[in-house]
Design a protein around this ligand. Structure first.
Ligand code: DGL
Length: 274
């Protein structure tokens, strides 16, 4: 039987926080998750490398029968999505689609602030790309945006140190920077799909009245809307409620951590780039 699962990609575990919400919202579809753990983190890599790695992953998804791929990674969305959509997709399959997480987040973020001052926390790659500033300006031109790169947050999560003492230091440091630059900040966007795993620590150091926004449910709602608007795509996708997981890293490691992050048992298959 041929299947056309929805592909969900991340550099590692972070995309599982998005997949969790997507499968909750759209449980009937089949899903194929790939974590490129062997090459994570992406956030400190240059454009060409993130583009090359992400394109390799997209090609792999298409070879597995995917018609639709979600880059559940802000870094890949910031550094590779546009080039893949514009330059590669016509040759790889003009009817196939690759979607990211930045645009759907930018479309709604202004709803969550009263002061009009928001903080964006992301990887160095996402922040340096300025993608959030550019996208948010299109929908909410008057928002004051303070951006902060948090280079240690993904490694903390990838190494299961999200509840350790080191996490306190690095979480407080970057939240303090945001409030120093923008004392009126009342909305913090976790613009990296790994960061919800640090919520225990983040909630400890935010100022009263701050709303913390994670992307999982935003991306899930946006995908549901997209499939309503594009029945030609929805019809092509298989619906057996199946989930499959692949990692380029160590499978046993992935299973333990992924089960924690996804909230259900995960038994992944190995993938090696050739
Ligand atoms: N989850 C990825 C993101 O949303 C992390 C990127 C990384 O590997 O540094 O940006």
């Amino acid at each position: 039987m041929t299947t056309a699962p929805i592909g969900v990609f991340d550099s590692g575990y972070g995309g599982l926080t998005v997949l969790k919400e997507i499968t909750r919202t759209l449980p009937e579809y089949d899903y194929l998750y790939l974590g490129d753990n062997a090459r994570a983190p992406y956030g400190t890599r240059d454009y060409d490398t993130v583009y090359k790695y992400t394109l390799e992953a997209v090609k792999w998804f298409f070879n597995q029968g995917c018609e639709l791929v979600i880059l559940a990674c802000n870094t890949a969305s910031a550094k590779a999505l546009r080039t893949i959509q514009q330059n590669d997709l016509p040759a790889l399959g003009a009817d196939k689609r690759v979607l990211g997480v930045i645009r759907p987040t930018a479309e709604v973020i202004g709803q969550f602030t009263k002061t009009g001052h928001i903080g964006i926390l992301g990887t160095p790659g996402t922040i340096q790309s300025n993608s959030y500033q550019i996208e948010i300006r299109k929908f909410f031109p008057h928002l004051i945006i303070i951006q902060e790169a948090c280079p240690m947050w993904v490694p903390l999560v990838e190494n299961l140190e999200q509840d350790g003492e080191g996490a306190d230091y690095f979480v407080k440091k970057h939240l303090d920077h945001i409030y120093q630059s923008g004392p009126k900040t009342d909305c913090l966007l976790l613009a990296c799909t790994h960061y919800p795993l640090l919520l225990n620590k983040i909630n400890r150091y935010i100022h009263e009245g701050t709303r913390v926004i994670t992307q999982g449910n935003i991306v899930a709602e946006s995908l549901a809307e997209y499939l309503k608007r594009h029945p030609e795509m929805a019809q092509k996708l298989s619906k057996n409620g199946k989930r499959e997981f692949y990692t380029t890293g160590d499978v046993a490691h992935f299973d333990t951590r992924a089960s924690l992050f996804y909230g259900e048992n995960v038994a992944a298959f190995p993938l090696q780039w050739t």
